[in-house]
Write a protein that binds this ligand. Structure first.
Ligand code: GDP
Length: 410
């Protein structure tokens, strides 16, 4: 059974465009039907005002949406992730439940300190990453300078999958280096992507960066190295794509894309990259837990047939639904009506509802399985960090601890 789920967090230095990008993601994935703007204070992810108005759901720690690619539907759970290590506990708990990160950078400001800290924290968790260089339309936007910044400040291997066509007010679109196509967004809402041949004046640069992309893949991926050495002429898009997937998931290189969230350019290719390159929950290494009675280590396979284990990563109170426990399911399957054990308290409880958070509404689910992020009602005494398990097989997952900030020495 394949899990078409991606559990992602979006990290960014304040002002890099995280709210704008999140909003656009909800729009293009069909969860909201109108593009809002942070500057007008009407985005879905704009927490302060709206959360008060509408009750819980908006910044409900996670929002679930869907993206279709090659006739496959992917569930994308976006887990709220503070961009600042000052919120150490929140950063840590979201890193515990997400599988990968989209790091947003401002094309004019490059890598800024808040992102740097959270990036290294994510690194400790072995979290896969994709970078999005935003604000390509801004004065001073420089894609290549940010690539260099990623290399130097984040000590990462950036893998440019695109190069921009123009910059600042002349930012028109991107060249997709995998498919060697120029992509333009012609309507105001950026819904239609027009695919064209690469313009003549960009061919040399596109060839150069495609070669760099393949050389980097050959350097960090053995399989691709063999293909590359063997017959460079016969390399297919599929081969490149698979190699990008492997280096991204192993963390040896980081795919980089660009665009302008504000101008509605570049979001769909970013979503394609999220579902193509970032890992599904069942592709991650087995998880270790502990039997609270025997202290023995339990290895959990991340599939729906395994014994159930899950972690509460946030508890919220809703006026209508009462106490809601946000849960990451790591293994197994649960259904509404099931009785579960809170391993910390030793108390059992019956799940009354399983909910999926979708922007300003919630959806009732029959069940939740390994890899899912849902909210449970019916749980009486839950705290952040609680492990939930079946009554027969209690499993204690590692507690969420406060990390020491990573300080980079220049
Ligand atoms: P956050 O603090 O990271 O959530 O950033 P916001 O999404 O709130 O954006 C900060 C400011 O940058 C707002 O004024 C946005 O309108 C603006 N902004 C966001 N994305 C872009 C972009 O792609 N281009 C330009 N020029 N401005 C942007």
């Amino acid at each position: 059974m394949k899990y078409n789920t991606r559990n992602i967090g979006i990290i960014a230095h304040v002002d890099a465009g995280k709210t704008t990008l999140s909003e656009r993601i909800l729009y293009y994935t069909g969860l909201i039907h109108k593009i809002g703007n942070v500057d007008d204070g009407n985005t879905t992810m704009d927490k302060d005002i709206q959360e008060r108005n509408r009750g819980i759901t908006i910044s409900s720690a996670a929002i679930s949406t869907q993206w279709k690619k090659d006739n496959k539907v992917y569930n994308i759970n976006i887990i709220d992730t503070p961009g600042h290590i000052d919120f150490a506990v929140e950063v840590e708990r979201s890193l515990r439940v997400l599988d990968s990160v989209v790091a947003v950078f401002c094309a004019a400001s490059g890598v800024q300190p808040q992102t740097e800290n959270v990036w290294f924290q994510a690194e400790k968790h072995g979290t896969s990453k994709i970078c999005f260089i935003n604000k390509m339309d801004r004065i001073g936007a420089d894609f290549f300078a940010v690539l260099n910044d990623i290399k130097i400040k984040l000590n990462a291997v950036p893998l440019a999958l695109q190069i921009p066509i123009g910059a600042e007010i002349h930012f028109e679109g991107v060249i997709d280096l995998v498919n060697m196509k120029a992509l333009y967004w012609t309507d105001e809402n950026g819904e239609t992507i027009v695919e064209k041949e690469i313009p003549d004046y960009h061919i040399a640069e596109a060839d150069e960066y495609r070669m760099k992309l393949m050389e980097t893949l050959a350097e960090y991926d053995e399989d691709f190295f063999d293909i590359f050495m063997d017959n460079e002429q016969n390399i297919t898009v599929e081969m490149i794509s698979k190699a990008i997937q492997r280096v991204c998931r192993s963390g040896s290189a980081v795919p980089v894309l660009c665009g302008s969230a504000f101008k509605n350019k570049g979001i769909q290719p970013l979503l394609d990259a999220v579902v193509t390159y970032l890992p599904a929950p069942d592709q991650l290494a087995d998880l270790q837990g502990r039997d609270p009675h025997t202290e023995e280590t339990v290895t959990l396979e991340r599939n729906e047939a395994a014994v159930f284990s899950g972690l509460v990563f946030k508890v919220m109170i809703d006026k209508h639904m009462g106490r809601l426990a946000m849960l990451r399911v790591y293994s197994g399957t649960i259904q509404s009506g099931d009785t579960l054990l809170n391993v910390r308290t030793g108390e059992s409880f019956r799940i009354s509802r399983i909910l999926q958070m979708q922007s300003d509404k919630t959806l009732s689910l029959e069940e939740a399985k390994a890899g899912d992020i849902v909210a449970l009602t019916g749980i009486k005494d839950a705290k952040t960090g609680d492990s939930l398990s079946s009554l027969e097989k209690p499993i204690l997952l590692e507690a969420i601890t406060i990390p020491t900030p990573v300080i980079r020495v220049a």
